[in-house]
Design a protein around this ligand. Structure first.
Ligand SMILES: Nc1ncnc2c1ncn2[C@@H]1O[C@H](COP(=O)(O)OP(=O)(O)OP(=O)(O)O)[C@@H](O)[C@H]1O
Ligand SMILES: [Mg+2]
Length: 469
């Protein structure tokens, strides 16, 4: 609460320092009356005698409020009002309407006016309208700012930890720009969720969001996946095929696990980013695409540069806006918020009756290190819901978690997995084995695949399928 008061005072002070009211009124005698009324309230005034002069002023400055006569010689006052609101300007606007034009007043309110005053203007009524409109605008601004400082969900994310608030703000600010974003964070921290959020909030949202996982696609096919190919470019290229670059034209291209991209291909990608042009494999043709790049990696990019698997120049091109998602273990009580969200989801999907976590289960959730982050949490909750019945999830229903939590990483291995006492479908067991292996490898899918003796692309393919279910 104290924070709320401090924020209120800070914002009140910030907004009060802009004390100018713009009066757009062509009749000089009326303008003088309005000026006097406004000055008596303690505000400065600026008068524009035409609509054009008013608009020119508003293009350069944001006043505290606008007093707008709807009947101007050169423009319609309603059009000025609509322009103000469609430009996202939220300062107070009070309109002045002709005596009998109730319809216009209603139209003005619908177009975003805060209040209206009918002619002949009663000075006292004008002052009350203006004061209320300014106060209402201040409160709206404060509520909006306060909400945006403490959101518990945002564009597919659940979480209200301060680190997540910072991430939400970066996502919001980044979305209005075309600058490339580099998302970093351990596996399962929500890098793809963040990439989609940036696209959805941007003005590219009506165009494609194309995601390519560089680790899931065999190296020799990756170039064609990105740039496309022409018929006969290589064995198996039986027809021309568009790549991600073309599909994402006008939209967003999300290159996941960037450090897994072969270095030779990284040079081609760099050229594409710099020049906006590319050639499909096997074609001499130069094509153009307008793309917003978002990349992600769960490795430390600087280590990857040092090891020679990530080109430094490419990194700096792509990391114009770096976004780091914190590991789940650093998000405090967000673990419980997320666990409750996943519990509701799984309970509904599985037709069960779970409502909450017991105190010992909550303690376990808060103490766990979450190597697989949010994905691991969702899987563990879902597993517990599938395997048990009742209304409360207890610590005893979370055996896999207790196991991996208390064993030092070096000692963990697949042999330590809990013994299964019931026979379950192969598909379910397969998912458990893969997820447990990923958790034991602290979220490193490539390592989990190596130990399971399967290809990482198999894991990625299956994970995509599970996410759909
Ligand atoms: N804060 C969050 N709130 C709700 N769901 C989340 C959150 N973060 C991640 N998830 C969910 O967790 C799963 C993993 O998220 P995502 O695929 O974005 O992670 P990632 O960082 O890209 O992982 P990886 O490095 O393994 O590709 C998804 O099902 C996603 O919807
Ligand atoms: Mg991902």
């Amino acid at each position: 609460m104290q924070n709320a008061i401090a924020l209120y005072n800070e914002l009140k002070f910030a907004t009060m320092s802009k004390e100018l009211v713009l009066i757009i009124e062509d009749t000089a005698s009326l303008a003088l009356i309005y000026e006097e009324c406004v000055r008596k309230l303690g505000y400065e005034t600026k008068t524009a005698p035409t609509g054009a002069a008013g608009c020119a002023f508003l293009e350069k400055e944001d006043p505290l409020a606008v007093l707008l006569d709807l009947k101007l010689p050169d423009m319609k006052g309603l059009d000025i009002l609509r322009t103000i609101r469609s430009n996202g300007k939220n300062y107070a606007v009070v309109v002045i309407t002709g005596q009998a034009s109730l319809n216009t007043a209603v139209e003005a309110m619908q177009a975003g006016a805060d209040d209206f005053v009918a002619k002949p203007v009663d000075p006292e009524r004008l002052q009350i309208s203006l004061t209320n409109a300014i106060e209402k605008t201040r409160l709206k601004h404060i509520v909006k700012t306060f909400e945006s400082t403490g959101r518990d969900h945002f564009q597919g994310f659940i979480g209200k930890a301060p680190e997540m608030q910072a991430a939400y703000r970066i996502i919001e600010n980044a979305s209005s720009s075309r600058a490339p974003v580099m998302i970093m964070g351990e596996s399962g921290t929500g890098k793809e969720v963040a990439a989609k959020a940036i696209h959805t909030l941007s003005n590219r949202k009506h165009k494609n969001f194309i995601a390519l996982n560089c680790a899931a696609i065999p190296h020799d096919l990756l170039e064609s996946e990105i740039f496309g190919h022409v018929k006969g470019a290589f064995t198996g290229a039986i027809a021309d095929r568009d790549g991600a670059a073309r599909l994402a034209d006008g939209g967003t291209l999300f290159l996941d696990e960037l450090t897994e991209m072969p270095v030779t291909l990284q040079s081609k990608l760099l050229r594409f980013i710099q020049e906006g042009t590319f050639s499909p494999v096997g074609s001499g043709e130069t094509l153009h695409a307008d793309i917003r790049f978002i990349c992600a990696t769960n490795r430390n990019p600087f280590e990857a540069i040092q090891r020679g698997i990530l080109r430094e120049d490419l990194y700096y091109r792509l990391a114009v806006i770096p976004l780091e998602l914190p590991p789940l273990r650093d998000r405090g009580e967000d673990v419980l918020l997320l666990a409750t969200f996943f519990l509701e989801k799984a309970t509904k999907q599985e037709n069960k009756n779970f409502e909450s976590f017991s105190p010992d289960a909550r303690d376990l959730l808060l103490a766990h290190r979450w190597p697989g982050n949010v994905r691991e949490l969702e899987n563990i909750v879902r597993h517990a819901v599938i395997m048990n019945n009742g209304t409360e999830i207890t610590a005893a229903m979370l055996p896999a978690m207790r196991q991996s939590n208390f064993l030092p990483a070096a000692e963990r291995s697949i042999e330590f997995l809990p013994q299964n006492t019931v026979i379950r479908p192969m598909e379910v067991r397969e998912r458990e084995i893969i997820e447990e292996a990923i958790a034991l490898c602290e979220g490193n899918i490539t390592e989990a695949a190596r130990q399971l003796c399967i290809n990482p692309s198999t894991i990625h393919r299956k994970m995509k399928l599970w996410e759909k279910n």
